[in-house]
Structures are given as C-alpha cells and as structure tokens.
Ligand binder design. Sequence first.
Ligand code: PBG
Length: 328
Amino acid sequence: MKLTQRPRRNRKTEALRQMVAETDLRVSQLVLPLFLCEGKGERQVINSMPGIFRMSPDILLEEVGKAVQLGIKTFDLFPALSETLKDSYGKESLNRNGLLPTTLKMIRDKYPEVTLISDVALDPYSSDGHDGVVKNGQILNDETVEILAKMSIVHAEAGADIVSPSDMMDGRVGAIRDALDESGFTNTGILSYSAKYASSFYGPFREALDSAPKFGDKKTYQMDFRNAREALREIELDEMEGADMVMVKPALSYLDIISLVKSHTHLPVAAYNVSGEYGLIKAGAKAGIIDETRAMVETLYSIRRAGADVIFTYFALPMAEWLRKNDR
Ligand code: PBG
C-alpha cells in the first residue's frame, strides 16, 4: 500500500510509546481508603475484597507506614463500628474519643507529613444503614446536615486535613464550611462527593462496614445513573458552597461524567474507583478471565485519562509498587 499516514510508526518500540504517551499517573495522585475496626492486632478479612482488611488502629498504623514507604501520601479513613454503637441519629459520630478521631490523632502524631481525609456521613454510625437521619421512612436532609457539620469539627480537631462528605444531602458543603470557619478551622479543606450515583458497585464496601441500608435504597439522595447534566448542577452548587475539590463516584461506568465535570470546573477532580470495581477485577483474575495487574493498570490510567486529578483506589499499594518498578 502507498500510505502517507502510518500511525503504527509511533507505536514501534517501547521507548517510542513512552515518548508519545498522553497520560501520566503519579503515586501522589492515589488515595488509599482504609477500613478501621476496634480492638488490637485485628486484621479482619472482607470476603468480597480480597487483599483489603478491616484493621484495628495499631495494625492500621503499620499499614500507613508501609504505604508511606511506597510514596503514598494520602489516606481516607472509614470506621467499622459494632452494632451497639449505632443509632438512628448516628450519635457516635460526634464522640471525640470515638474510633475515627482517636485513630486520626495517632496517624497525625506518627506521620505528620501525610494528608488525612476523613469520611463525613452517617452510614457507619446509623442503625438504619442510611447516610442521614431516618424518620417515618424518610431521610431527613436538614437535621442530617446539622450533624454532619458537627462531625466535621470533630474530625478537624483530631487532625484531618480534609473532610469528605459522602452523604449527598443538600447544602452540606456550605454548612460544613461555615461550621469549620466558625471553629477556627479555616485551613481544613472539603473534598465533596459531588456527583455520587446510587450504584450497585458499592456492595463490598457495605460488607466492609456492615452498613447496608436496613430498608429501601439510597435513590432519594444519591444520583440516578441516567443523568449527566445533574452532575454539573451538583458540582456547581458544591463550588459555590465552598468545596475545595469535587468527586465523581463510581469511576468506571462514569468516565464520561469525569470528563464532563473536568471541562466544567476549575477545582481538582477526584474519582473513586469503588469497592465493586476492585472486587470485580479481583474475582475476574481469580477466575482466569483477566490478568489482575494489567487490568488494574489499564483501569487506573483510564480514570486518569478521563480527567481525574486524584484517584481513590483500593489498588493504591500494588499500583504504587507497579509505578516504582516501571519507573513511572
Ligand atoms: C457512604 C459511602 C459509600 C462508599 C463510600 N462512602 C457507600 C454508599 O454510599 O452506600 C462506597 C465506597 C466503595 O464502594 O468503595 N457514605
């Protein structure tokens, strides 16, 4: 054939492919979510998330040390509480001596240089398994926001650099910003789960925290997966209310949303490579359907290519190892 254009020429060697690669991924862009549990020496298996554990504070501190060695600098903490600590108002979420605040302090003391993100939502503390206060089968917005604002102060006091509301109540970013500022935490950031969809991909996370809704679903607060413009509306509101970063969640079925959001905001865009996305790759690899490492790398680069500046992922450790080994 007489071809002037042969795109394959740029793919000829590994060195050439490296040279023209459009997307980079740095270990500092990865956030490692961690599941906390009470006790000592605990490292509890989560069946649907092989390789991920619920850890007691002492073990979790070792895990953070391991991650820091690999260059991971940002952690997001979720507490798994015993049923006896849960009620419909999530009162335990305001306990300054609770599992999450005390662990935040421990990490802050031992690793002053890391970035600590704390999850702000009621579900780990709610006897109803919802992200808000439940009354007569309804998830109450304004009553919930009041609690979330107080919870944020507890986390900031304990040493969180960034609080991260994952609840999808209306007006929570503004209320949290006001509460933090009034308490002198003007430098505590807010990473808002702005476009969080009601998704089937959260299953393993709910196993990890034993936090599945006791009735109904989360569709009156999390978004409908058929909607994209609505994501822009949520992002815009969170921006106006004072968010420092916005998130799209989940990531893989929502790469178009990540891309859309990226072109509409000046804030850093985070994406959450959620528990079900992790579990599926693990299960697929175990079944011999895909190669785990290659699928992991392709997944995380695709989220980055879509426009995510920050990626929350349970693959943070193996990905950091891969980036180091492959000199990226
Ligand atoms: C709830 C919350 C969820 C996740 C993070 N925060 C689950 C939910 O909304 O039910 C999911 C994370 C994951 O699946 O990895 N506030």
